[in-house]
Design a protein around this ligand. Structure first.
Ligand code: TYD
Length: 204
């Protein structure tokens, strides 16, 4: 059960950004922080929150863009069952990626129609979207320094990732639940920014 002050507040927090932005590390820090604060926490990631079957398919080889899209959506539709169950149990769900990765990568990056993607995303989640999104911004140079191994998505090239990053910046302008964090700084500094935003959201 959540402590009282958390009731009816933010239940689904997503961590977003281009590859190498540090979101996975930050999501883990955040999970540990919430647990220390006494919250029930459920960590999940996309793709692969429930199991790695679709994730492996997606990352092991390149697919035509629509096949790739539907695999991400299929993975999400599976994952969202657990996400909803945990929210029902009054837990806070921490998501390493979410619907917004599809907007940024397949939409802005891959050129698929954004409005259509929005509909498909909400179809796959039955309308659920994260309450809060921490977006970790880094430039391409940092991405390349940090990401050495390349899976099918990560090998899409510079211009793709430039579009993905620009896409996130567009989302940041459009979506009220998005919060910008400079991902270039040290892990500790970045996490301090996460906590500052989180505490301000809770009114602490
Ligand atoms: P992720 O697990 O975050 O990367 P890593 O293997 O470095 O931990 O995500 C895997 C890749 O999938 C990443 O390049 C982003 C991409 N992706 C999309 O293109 N669309 C999506 O909807 C999602 C969830 C991820």
């Amino acid at each position: 059960m959540l402590p009282k002050k958390q009731k009816n507040l933010f239940r689904y927090i997503a961590f977003e950004g281009i590859d190498g932005c540090g979101k996975t590390t930050q999501a883990q820090f955040f999970v540990n922080y919430l647990k220390r604060e006494g919250f029930c926490v459920y960590f999940t990631k996309e793709p692969g929150g429930v199991n790695n079957k679709i994730r492996n398919l997606l990352l092991e080889e390149k697919w035509p863009s629509k096949t790739e899209l539907f695999l991400f959506l299929a993975d999400r539709a599976l994952n969202i069952v657990n996400v909803k169950r945990e929210i029902e149990k009054d837990c806070i769900v921490v998501g390493d990626r979410s619907i917004y990765s599809t907007m940024a990568y397949q939409g802005y990056g891959g050129g698929l129609d954004l409005e259509f993607l929005e509909k498909l995303n909400l179809f796959s989640t039955e309308g659920l979207r994260p309450d809060v999104v921490f977006y970790f911004d880094i430039d391409l140079k940092t991405m390349k320094n940090r990401v050495k191994k390349h899976d099918a998505i990560e090998s899409k090239g510079d211009s793709f990732f430039m579009r993905v990053r620009k896409g996130y910046v567009e989302l940041l302008k459009k979506e009220k639940n998005f919060f910008l964090i400079n991902g270039e700084k040290s892990k500790e500094e970045v996490f301090r920014s996460v906590l500052k935003i989180w505490k301000s959201l809770l009114g602490d």
